[in-house]
Design a protein around this ligand. Structure first.
Ligand code: PRP
Length: 175
């Protein structure tokens, strides 16, 4: 039997919220140059949509800090697979995440990037699962709090599948 996908956040709900978040960020940063740091691969579509609504002078860089691999739950070990290309010293940096689950990835990432002396360091995440949190970590701009279910779509995968769905769905695995 194929996996069952239950639509949880449809495309228009996501797009409206992303637009609202971008407005809030624009208000807060004014004319400052912003470095968006996309956390690969899940933040791909969120970063693309958010950045186009920002209308600020932005640059983008990418980092890959993965703890999941092909599994559905975190291994608890953070690996840096791809580091930034640019120096962020003295820059306004906004980490762009698709989801904060246990908080391990973000906790690790914030500590790492803070050592590089950015002018400011904040986080925007589309989703957060508060019930799954093991590492307390602050998210400055949050799209949606969601229940502790496995979700896919809009960048989020299960074993590299479903990232290209335009909506977010709860995955009910086949038996
Ligand atoms: C996911 C997600 C976050 C992290 C959140 O990435 O994109 O980066 O897990 O989980 P945590 O709060 O428990 O650390 P993943 O490692 O699955 O890589 P991917 O973005 O390439 O799918």
């Amino acid at each position: 039997m194929p996996d069952q996908l239950e639509c949880f956040l449809d495309e228009s709900v996501i797009q409206n919220r992303v637009r609202e978040m971008a407005l809030q960020i624009r208000e807060d940063y004014g004319n400052a140059h912003l470095v968006l740091i996309g956390v690969l691969k899940g933040s791909l579509f969120f970063l693309a949509d958010l950045s186009r609504h920002l209308g600020l002078e932005v640059s983008m860089d990418f980092i890959q800090v993965s703890s999941y691999g092909m599994e559905k739950s975190s291994s608890g070990v953070v690996q840096i697979r791809k580091d930034l290309d640019q120096n962020i010293e003295g820059k306004h940096v906004l980490i762009v995440e698709d989801i904060v689950d246990t908080g391990l990835t973000l906790d690790h990432l914030k500590s790492l990037l803070a050592t590089r002396s950015p002018k400011s360091l904040k986080v925007v995440s589309l989703l957060s699962k508060p019930e799954a949190r093991k590492f307390e970590t602050l998210v400055d701009y949050l799209g949606f709090e969601i229940p502790n279910k496995f979700v896919v779509g809009y960048g989020l995968d299960y074993a590299e599948r479903y990232r290209n769905l335009p909506y977010i769905a709860i995955l009910h695995e086949s038996a």
